[in-house]
Design a protein around this ligand. Structure first.
Ligand code: NOJ
Length: 732
């Protein structure tokens, strides 16, 4: 939150006047220790079933926040308990996981990021905030800004992919959207940026697993999206489950105090992830819950989600001097400040007529459709076989996801309703003149060895002109605790595809997925391949619009697709090594002693930034306008892009740089700019990229950010592997 963040040195002594920080300080001085600790306690409302004294606790001022509730009347009831029954009347923070929409389900964040359309992502976040706010939510546990370079990790679905520059831009856009000041409810929402930090670096891609990240990589790769979110005003963050180099994030003073508070001066609220404080015990750094509470509050976790560590032990830790009361005061001051910034003291309740007016508004449905269309990525189109002619006589629509509703919504669909979802069968059928011309057969279950109808699928394929094979993952194959070791088509789907391929019919492969998959065989077997992701409530309509050419696909991948799991982690922005697979390097014996596999290529199946269109684009005339730039100046690079095909289309042009020699090793390419532009057939446009040379730095030998003079390469092109090349130098 940007308002009133001026910080008194001590929250208690700084209380003067009527600014939000002062009001927070004044209130703090009126509180008992029990009331103070209460503000640091967050409880899931479902807990009420197990632990029916939630009402009583709220009335006693022993709870600062609840979450997991979307019924506005029920939320108001809880707020009344907090405001009217508790001694100090402090309203509740009401949190929810609004990961890709509230009731209107937008594409999973990975899909949406593939649009590279920042204004769009700001709008979908805002629409989600409109619906959530109308329902009484004032705290959204998103955006997830974890950089993810391992598609085995199920939570890759929840973020913006592998890249730091793009991740920063998307983090900021989504925070701006969630925290929009003029929501129709007249209320405010705080974003909770997560998961701080390094959660996406889980070893083996297994959720919750150890992350061992060097401080340089932490600073250059994993931290920047958080910093961008804070620069955009994010009001809170969630500390993650994982350890980093031996110290669990939710008890880690380096990240929670030194970097967050001392270096960045950020004053928002740190919320632990679900029971992350309790988990300091199995991590092996706390002997019991009391010890865990001490470590977490000392490290800088302000609010405890569901561990009851603060509720049960903080008072005694303060009483025996293990935790200074000022440490608790600082945490509670931040919580009170956030509540004040949200305006909760002035307007704790939500108008109960709002949901009917705001939920599922038609413009949100249109936005969901636009987001779904823009995020889908065309990876192959031989022939071109796509778009399909509406006069195609017979279409065999095969696959376990062709007549499905739930799985189109994607993981973390908390409030969306599957009954409102159109199936791909319905959407495709709506495009053909005779509905009897679409033959739909599931072929096999999504996963497992269950019974199949592969023979009817073959028959349908044989009798059709084209096959649309709708394959991929169910929505519960990605998301939290849903990592996969095998990234091929699940269950018997490859067997089904083999059978379809054997018919010799042209096949359009459609993938519904929450992650990049490793599908080299499928790529060979199909004539076209379109990644539709789990694109939310409007998946089917957007997909059909693209298949039949009403919409020209424009998405580009934001995470590399591996050829095989053995290549993982795989990302475009890797280091060169001393023995690179290509180019100068080893002099030892020559060929074999290079950084590569003996049984697999180093190349991905599809690189970062890749995606096709029904039209074609040509790049020309790269000019580095500032071949020698001062290290505190702007760098200007231009190029021309032309639509060389016969349809209008959107192109996502990308600018990459490489720092050729530096005091520490630098990636072979780094994205530093992109533009999404629309071009009519034959139209050309000059792309003008202007970047601050301060963007070209890194964490130097002494762990400080530095921009070093020297030679750079620059590319402008359609993806991370192609582009026009130029040179520039940064002088000291
Ligand atoms: C655990 C997840 O890691 C986090 O992302 C989520 O916000 C919380 N649970 C609350 O549901």
């Amino acid at each position: 939150m940007n308002k009133d963040t001026a910080t008194p040195t001590s929250p208690v002594t700084g209380a003067r006047g009527t600014s939000a920080p002062d009001r927070a300080g004044k209130l703090l001085r009126r509180m008992t220790l029990a009331e103070k600790i209460g503000q640091l306690v967050q409880i899931h409302t479902r807990e009420d079933m197990v632990n029916p004294d939630l009402d009583q606790k709220i009335a006693q001022g022993l709870v600062g926040s609840i979450f997991g509730i979307s019924d506005v009347a029920e939320i108001n009831r809880y707020q009344r308990l907090a405001v009217q029954a508790s001694r100090l009347g402090i309203p509740l923070l009401v949190g929810n996981d609004v990961i890709h929409g509230f009731r209107t389900v937008f594409p999973i964040p990975l899909a949406e990021s593939s649009s590279w359309d920042l204004p769009l992502m700001e709008q979908t976040a805002r629409a989600a905030a409109e619906e959530a706010s109308a329902s009484g939510t004032n705290w959204i546990f998103a955006p997830m800004v974890d950089i993810a370079r391992d598609p085995r990790w199920g939570r890759i679905a929840e973020g913006a992919g592998e890249d730091v520059f793009l991740g920063r831009a998307i983090a900021a856009a989504r925070v701006r959207g969630f925290q929009s000041a003029d929501l129709e409810s007249g209320r405010r929402i705080a974003a909770c940026v997560k998961h701080y930090v390094g959660y996406g670096a889980a070893e083996g891609g297994r959720d919750y697993n150890t992350a061992d990240i060097s401080e340089r990589t932490l600073r250059d790769v994993y931290l920047p999206p958080f910093q961008a979110a804070f620069d955009a005003g994010a009001g809170s963050l969630m500390s993650s489950f994982n350890e980093i180099g031996g110290v669990p994030a939710s008890g880690n003073p380096l990240i929670l105090r030194t970097i967050l508070r001392d270096e960045w001066g950020w004053q928002g609220v740190v919320l632990s992830d679900y029971e992350a404080i309790r988990e300091l015990i199995p991590h092996g750094i706390a002997s019991d819950l009391r010890d865990a509470a001490r470590l977490a509050i000392t490290a800088g976790v302000d609010m405890d989600m569901m561990s009851y560590a603060y509720a049960d032990h903080l008072a005694e830790l303060v009483a025996d001097g293990s935790v200074p009361e000022v440490t608790v005061d600082e945490a509670i001051w931040r919580v009170l400040l956030l509540k004040l910034q949200l305006g909760l003291f002035d307007q704790p309740y939500t108008d109960e007529t709002l949901p009917d007016k705001i939920i599922l508004r038609p413009d949100f449905q249109d936005l969901a459709l636009r987001a779904a269309r823009e995020g889908m990525v065309l990876l192959k189109n031989d022939g071109p076989i796509l778009p399909i002619s509406r006069n195609t006589r017979r279409i065999a629509l095969i696959g376990p996801l062709a007549n499905n509703k739930t799985d189109l919504l994607g993981c973390w669909t908390m409030f969306g309703q599957k009954d409102e979802v159109e199936t791909i069968l319905e959407a495709v059928t709506s495009y053909v003149t005779d509905s009897a011309s679409v033959l739909q057969v599931s072929g096999c279950p999504i996963a497992g060895d269950g019974p199949d109808d592969i023979l009817p699928a073959i028959e349908a394929a044989r009798s059709a002109d084209i096959v649309i094979a709708v394959l991929g993952e169910s929505s519960d194959m990605s998301g939290e605790a849903h990592s996969r070791a095998h990234l091929g088509l699940p269950g018997r789907q490859q067997e089904l595809l083999d059978a379809l391929a054997a018919t010799g019919k042209p096949i359009i492969g459609v993938l519904l997925t929450g992650r990049p998959l490793s599908i080299p065989s499928m790529l060979d077997q199909v004539d076209a391949l379109l990644v539709a992701w789990h694109s939310g409530a409007r998946t089917a309509r957007a997909l059909a619009d693209i298949l039949f050419g009403v919409i020209n696909p424009s998405g580009k991948l934001t995470a590399t697709w591996p050829r095989s799991e053995g290549q993982i982690p795989i990302y475009y922005s890797h280091k060169n090594t001393g023995r690179p697979a290509q180019g100068e390097g080893t002099r030892q014996f020559d060929e074999p002693f290079k950084s590569r596999y003996i049984d697999e290529s180093n190349e991905p199946l599809f690189p970062f930034g890749f995606g096709l269109s029904y039209t074609t684009f040509a790049y020309s005339n790269l000019v580095v306008n500032t071949p020698v730039a001062a290290h505190d100046r702007r760098l200007v690079v231009t190029a021309t892009v032309k639509n060389t095909g016969s349809r209008p289309g959107d192109e996502i042009a990308q600018l990459y740089v490489r720092d050729l020699v530096a005091s520490v090793t630098r990636p072979v390419k780094e994205l530093k700019g992109f533009q999404r532009i629309t071009l009519a057939p034959g139209e050309e446009r000059q792309l003008h990229f202007e970047l601050d040379t301060a963007e070209l730095g890194f964490t130097g030998p002494d762990m400080r950010y530095i921009v070093e003079p020297g030679a750079f390469k620059v590319w402008i092109g359609p993806d991370s592997t192609h582009g026009l090349e130029g040179d520039f130098t940064i002088k000291s």
